[in-house]
Design a protein around this ligand. Structure first.
Ligand code: AMP
Ligand code: MN
Ligand code: MN
Ligand code: MN
Length: 295
């Protein structure tokens, strides 16, 4: 009887075609504004039927997210957005459908979080040197999870003390390469991260490929070659920060590389995001959706 009841409620991505999947968003476990439960409720209210929470470098929200999704009758896939650098360019890799207790993945993410704290202290020092004191401490008060500190927390604190009117203003003038609060940082390597995701039984996906503005077209191809060679399988084609031209461009690349395509809002919170959960165009119809790869 238990089995029969359970089988009614366990979502199997392979057996039902989701009408609205969203595989990229954040909670207070990283730099989102809402707790996982609230993100789940918002996703469901927006019609999302298969959802992944993908906090930066931390899996701490997944238990709450899965329980909430189950309660709401929404399919759920474990997710994470991992920070790497490739040829010194910071890039994000989304991992999906992995075992969240796998030691290689958990240990790798733990090291990334430790690196974030050290980077944040250096950012605080750099900002103090131009006359803006105590920003590390201030940013920490904005971090829902003190072991996951992001430039977004710095930006929110700096807006609160009147350094600029909004987050984009803070990033533009203080927190991007060449600006006084930006410090160089060593993230994980592409090979490490694909290895962790693979070991944990998940699928690696290139996050928002249209956002790596400093990457030349040649580097974009070389990066995707490396990603494919190392076992990467997916690419975000439809995402919050992609223009219609980006969608066409990355759909072509998905076909060229035989990647599965992902779709994700990159929702961080009301008023702070390109688009709301689930509120983005469907993938081009001929592409293979990435949920097909998830066990
Ligand atoms: P980090 O991973 O600590 O380097 O922080 C990057 C995060 O900052 C991204 O995931 C976004 O949430 C946020 N972010 C990056 N650039 C901008 C921007 N121009 N405006 C607002 N938020 C941004
Ligand atoms: Mn973020
Ligand atoms: Mn990202
Ligand atoms: Mn993101």
């Amino acid at each position: 009887m238990g089995f029969v009841l359970n089988s009614l409620f366990v979502y199997s991505p392979q057996s039902v075609n989701p009408a609205n999947f969203d595989f990229h968003c954040h909670s207070v476990v990283s730099d989102g504004l809402l707790p996982p439960l609230e993100v789940a409720r918002r996703a469901a209210a927006n019609g999302v039927d298969l959802w992944a929470l993908t906090d930066h470098d931390d899996l701490g929200g997944l238990v709450e997210a899965r329980a909430a999704a189950d309660e709401l009758g929404m399919g759920f896939v474990s997710g994470v957005e991992i920070s790497i650098e490739w040829k010194s360019i910071p890039i994000h890799i989304v991992g999906l459908g992995f075992d969240a207790s796998h030691p290689a993945l958990c240990d790798g993410l733990q090291a990334l979080r430790q690196g974030r704290i050290e980077r944040a202290r250096r950012m605080g020092d750099a900002l103090a040197a131009i006359g803006i004191p105590s920003v590390f401490e201030g940013a920490l008060t904005y971090a829902g999870n003190p072991s996951l500190i992001s430039r977004a927390h710095f930006a929110r604190y700096m807006v609160s003390i009147g350094i600029a009117r909004d987050l984009p203003g803070i990033f533009q003038h203080y927190l991007t390469p060449g600006k006084p609060g930006y410090v160089d940082h060593r993230w994980a390597t592409l090979a490490d991260v694909i290895g962790w995701i693979d070991a944990a039984g998940g699928v690696a996906v290139v996050a928002h490929p249209g956002r790596y503005k400093t990457m030349s077209n040649g580097d974009q191809r070389r990066f995707l070659d490396d990603f494919k060679d190392l076992g990467g399988q997916g690419i975000e084609v439809t995402c919050g920060s992609h223009s219609p031209d980006h969608v066409l461009h990355f759909a072509r690349l998905a076909r060229h590389y035989a990647f599965h395509a992902s779709r994700g809002s990159d929702f961080h919170g009301p008023g702070e995001s390109y688009v709301d959960l689930g509120k983005l165009p469907q993938l081009p119809e001929d592409l293979k959706p990435v949920w097909r790869l998830i066990r």
